[in-house]
Design a protein around this ligand. Structure first.
Ligand code: ZN
Ligand code: ZN
Length: 212
């Protein structure tokens, strides 16, 4: 079975999730934006072995720790979609602008595309490309436990910002309606910031996408 634990990291309280296969204890970090020592301590406490890093998008609070973590553990970085290359290239400027420690530069070992899947241990998650917040944003869907890790696409009661370079409001709405809603009302999503919710609850009550 797939298990996960979410740890808010960085001054932006970004939700980094450690997901693992409880048959093999192999684990992936989704969006290790920073606080690497805390994340490694948590992995040790859980008794899991990190083998990969998965990125939803390349904003500093999500991707800022990926290079250092990959270097320290010798593990691959998977994702996001190549549409976020310019955000990866700009990580140094993002670090400076937001007062983060300088990010270790990296090139993803593997880019992700709509319809791809990623695997940790014996567990498979589906990848959807969900542009709008950033052009190369992806989400990870685990239908076997009715969970989706959606980064900054959708939040409980809100949606991702689209006022950054490459942001596009209509694209974001389309991503939510066409790529998240089909995962089902019962699906619990883990957003990049704040508490979990379900797609059904957001369809009913989210002022930005309610009734879509
Ligand atoms: Zn973001
Ligand atoms: Zn964020």
């Amino acid at each position: 079975m797939l298990q996960y634990r979410t740890i808010p990291v960085t001054p932006f309280q970004q939700n980094c999730s450690i997901v693992w296969c409880d048959a093999t204890h192999e684990a992936a970090f989704i969006d290790p934006g920073g606080d690497i020592d805390r994340l490694l301590a948590e992995a040790r406490r859980l008794g899991v072995k990190p083998t990969q890093i998965w990125l939803t998008h390349a904003h500093i609070d999500h991707a800022g720790g990926a290079g250092e973590l990959a270097q320290r553990l010798g593990i691959p970085i998977v994702g996001p979609h190549p549409g976020d290359q310019f955000w990866i290239d700009g990580l140094a400027q993002q670090s400076a602008a937001f007062g983060f420690a300088p990010a270790v530069p990296f090139t993803p070992t593997r880019w992700l595309y709509d319809g791809d899947s990623v695997q940790v241990g014996q567990e498979t998650l589906q990848v959807r490309h969900t542009p709008g917040h950033t052009p190369g944003h992806v989400v990870f869907h685990a239908p076997q436990i009715d969970r989706a890790f959606v980064g900054d696409v959708l939040f409980a009661g809100s949606i991702g910002r689209t006022d950054f370079p490459g942001g596009n409001h209509q694209q974001l709405i389309d991503s939510i309606v066409q790529r998240l809603w089909p995962m089902g009302d019962q699906t619990v999503f883990i957003p990049g910031h704040g508490p979990e919710s379900t797609f059904g609850r957001e369809r009913r009550s989210n002022p930005f996408v309610g009734g879509t």
